[in-house]
Design a protein around this ligand. Sequence first.
Ligand SMILES: [Zn+2]
Length: 297
Amino acid sequence: MTGGLTTLNPTQLGWTSELIARVKAECAQVAAANRERLTAKYGTLSDRDIVRIVDAEAAMCECAKCKGAPCERGLETGRQPAITIVDGEARIRWTQCAKERERRRRERRERLLQNAQIPARYVGKTLADYVVDENNKVAVTYAKSALKTGRGAYLFGERGTGKTFLAALIAQEYLAADKSVVFIKVPRLLDECYRAIRGQGDEQNILQEMYTADLVVLDDFGMEKATKYAGTTLCKIIDARYDGQLATLMTSNYPLEKVQEELDNASDGQSYNGSRIVDRCREMSKPILLKGKSRRH
Ligand SMILES: [Zn+2]
């Protein structure tokens, strides 16, 4: 096709003079046929640029047939030319077509969902699946507004009042907005970090996600037996989230006062950052009580 002449040196390719003349004539024809239309759109253009733009238009993805790359149409699929004129010369930059953009977004979403580790039984549920009543009305209203403001919440109440479910729903709203989420049970987190320190993984890696994700859900907060290690680890996470002004959701069977007490008066007679952790929690997450009897039956 005509494009070859604009990008390659025909003599280097060993083209015969007849062939060169024919391609040149073809280019001139293409330029003449498209000059009026393209100069109306882009301003004055050289013949060479007109041919380049016509080539780009021909290679443009027909999204109606395309599923994004990879696709039957080969290299041209999933790409769209962005044509700009700089100093009278055409610049053609290839960008993703709408289908390819959508495909990548879907891929990213799947990856985010996988990384988030939301408990399987809640995956795919939405806020519409959550039964709102007098006992949780405040929590649900706050949760919805927190989604807009990026504020956190400390959802506490007895076992089976729907705290984890609500946190999982909010986490999925974040994912739907292409944001990164980490959902983790605190005892398991501490366990993983502890194992990592003992050489069976990478503690820094595990924590790094906690420091930077758009949303972190710390499920079952304050259940763990207070130890120096638990206190230090939670403190690091809470501090990083606080400094980064990132949303953190916590669920717990206990009010914050109880968590503080537990950390400050550990069974070994030590004190582990309790008031510091709890103060920060209060500043970045609104404590909300979920009442009612267990919904788990
Ligand atoms: Zn396309």
